[in-house]
Design a protein around this ligand. Structure first.
Ligand SMILES: Cc1cc2nc3c(=O)[nH]c(=O)nc-3n(C[C@H](O)[C@H](O)[C@H](O)COP(=O)(O)O)c2cc1C
Length: 229
C-alpha cells in the first residue's frame, strides 16, 4: 500500500508551452545569461531595495534537501557595517595573497587580475552575505534544545545562490561571487548563530562606468556535456 497521503498533495502548477514558445524562452534566457559576468568595479548608484527582495524571493524558491531551505541571506546596506566587512575581508585576503595562497592558486588567479584590495565591498550599495544553516534547532516544551540534521546543505545553498545570481543579472544588476576566506569574520560582524556558516558574500549593484572584466573563455557544450542517446 502506498504511504502517500492525498491530503498532503496539491495539483502541480505547470505551464505547458508550445514548442515555439519553449524555443523562444530557451534562447531568450540563454542570450540573457550569455552576458552575465562577475563584476569587480561597482558604481555607488543606489539599487531599489524591492529588486533585492524579489531576487531573494526567487532564490528562496530553489530546491533543497528535504525542503529544509538551509539558507539565510543577510542584506547589508549600512555604510559602517560595509566598512567593517571590507577591513576584515582585506585583512584575510592580504594574508592569502602575500602568504597563504600556494603558487598554483596564485597562477590560477593571475588571469583575473585580482588582489587583496576589495574596494567594491564599500562601494556596492548592497552586500548579500549568504549563510548555510548546517543544522536546525527545535526547542522542546521544557525549553531544551535539540539539533535537527540538515541534508545536502552545500548543494542546496549552492543552487539557491545560482538562482540569486541569475535573478539579479536578469533584472539588470551586477554581482560578484566573493569568498574572502576564511569567512568567519562575517559570522562575528553580522552576529550569526553557531549553526550558520558563511557561504558566499555577493556585492550587488550597477557596474562602474567603463568597468572591465577579464577576457576569459567559457567551455563549449561538447566539452561540458555528454549525451548518451
Ligand atoms: C565559489 C566561487 C568563489 C569565488 N570567489 C571569488 C573571489 O573571492 N573573488 C573574486 O574576485 N571572484 C571570485 N569568484 C568569481 C570567479 O572568479 C568567476 O566566476 C570566474 O572567474 C568566471 O568569471 P565570470 O563569473 O565573469 O564568468 C568566485 C566564483 C565562485 C563560483
Amino acid at each position: 500500500m502506498s504511504k502517500r497521503n492525498d491530503h498532503l498533495f496539491v495539483p502541480l502548477e505547470f505551464e505547458f508551452l508550445s514548442p515555439e514558445q519553449q524555443l523562444f524562452r530557451a534562447k531568450d534566457f540563454e542570450s540573457r545569461m550569455r552576458t552575465r559576468r562577475t563584476v569587480r568595479q561597482f558604481s555607488p548608484r543606489p539599487v531599489p531595495r524591492e529588486l533585492v527582495e524579489i531576487a531573494l524571493t526567487i532564490a528562496s524558491r530553489a530546491p533543497s534537501g528535504a525542503n529544509q531551505q538551509p539558507w539565510r541571506f543577510v542584506v547589508v546596506s549600512n555604510a559602517e557595517i560595509k566598512r567593517e566587512i571590507r577591513i576584515a575581508a582585506e585583512a584575510e585576503e592580504r594574508d592569502n595573497y602575500e602568504r597563504r595562497f600556494p603558487g598554483e592558486w596564485l597562477d590560477a588567479l593571475a588571469a583575473l587580475g585580482t588582489d587583496w584590495h576589495k574596494e567594491f565591498l564599500e562601494v556596492a550599495p548592497y552586500l548579500i552575505a549568504i549563510f548555510r544553516v548546517d543544522y536546525g534547532i527545535s526547542t522542546g516544551v521544557e525549553g531544551n534544545e535539540r539539533k535537527i540534521k540538515h541534508y545536502y546543505v552545500q548543494e542546496s545553498v549552492g543552487i539557491a545562490c545560482g538562482f540569486l545570481i541569475a535573478a539579479l543579472h536578469c533584472m539588470g544588476l551586477a554581482t560578484l561571487t566573493h569568498t574572502p576566506s576564511p569567512m568567519g569574520f562575517l559570522s562575528r560582524l553580522l552576529q550569526r548563530p553557531a549553526n550558520e556558516k558563511a557561504f558566499l558574500l555577493i556585492p550587488v549593484g550597477f557596474p562602474a562606468e567603463g568597468a572591465e572584466v577579464p577576457n576569459i573563455v567559457k567551455k563549449n557544450l561538447s566539452e561540458v556535456a555528454v549525451f548518451m542517446d
